[in-house]
Write a protein that binds this ligand. Sequence first.
Ligand code: HPA
Ligand code: ZN
Length: 324
Amino acid sequence: MEDFIRKLPKVELHLHIEGSLEPELMFTLAERNNISLPYASVEEARNAYQFTDLQSFLDIYYQGANVLQTKQDFFDLTWAYLLRCQEDNVIHTEIFFDPQTHTQRGIPFATVVAGISDALEKAEKELGISSLLIMCFLRHLSEQDAFDTLEQAKPHLDKIVAVGLDSSELGHPPEKFSRVFSASRQLGLRCVAHAGEEGPPANIRSAIDDLHVERIDHGVKCASDRKLVDELARMKMPLTVCPLSNIKLCVFSSMEQHNFLYLLKKGVCVTINSDDPAFFGGYMTDNFLAVHKALNLTRPQLVQCTMNAIEACFLNQKNKKNLL
Ligand code: HPA
Ligand code: ZN
């Protein structure tokens, strides 16, 4: 079964590129850019990755991103992730990046996009991995800051397929960004949002009704509202679930307690993703293995996860067919 999971073709729809920064690369880039880190060693960094909730993770995650300075840094970060995709038989990936994390530090938007997209193009040519890029607004920042970021994205819209919404969910509900999502849609961008990771089912409803998203990132908190679960299944709203992330951030007390199989059996279009693999202890195969081990998914159910992700991805119909 383990061999079956390793070889299963996978499609990743929830991956923060900054969250794929392994401590080894963080140290390399810190040295290259003359930046001091709060850790004495790679081991010390790894040991610091113990989280009690989303915010305790975000504080460490934003700090790590400080080592990313040049186009080459963003290229190296992205290329390292894509090599892991190749190992895990990820055939298509839709990658989030957080422009504000970098522009706030004076790194130009263009530098970030150029480094990431050069690596994505190389992976398409050399590894046969297709990809799309999604720009996330940081929800703890203001609506105006999101509008400014959308403005900076305008020269790069040929490289960006969608907007997303991430960072601290509690206290920053989706409706705070209704207008900037509307403006994004008018520019031809598609929409996704993190909702129902730590926050209530109401956030999932708001992401759908106010932001008009085509996918919910996480969404696992829907389970406390049975009517919502039925609605998500009926409208075929994909959830990009991140099992290891949910355990690391204490959304569920153990993988055995995770509601992934419940949602799958309810007919919700659930997918398996890695979120921030360098911080949460695993890439795509690790997430599939962890879910299988705890919840005993059958082979048809594991295949369904990939089929759901193909259905939910932002490729056109022709390119989706080419994945099969
Ligand atoms: N949730 C919210 N924001 C994030 C996450 C997440 O899991 N990862 C990176 N930014
Ligand atoms: Zn996420």
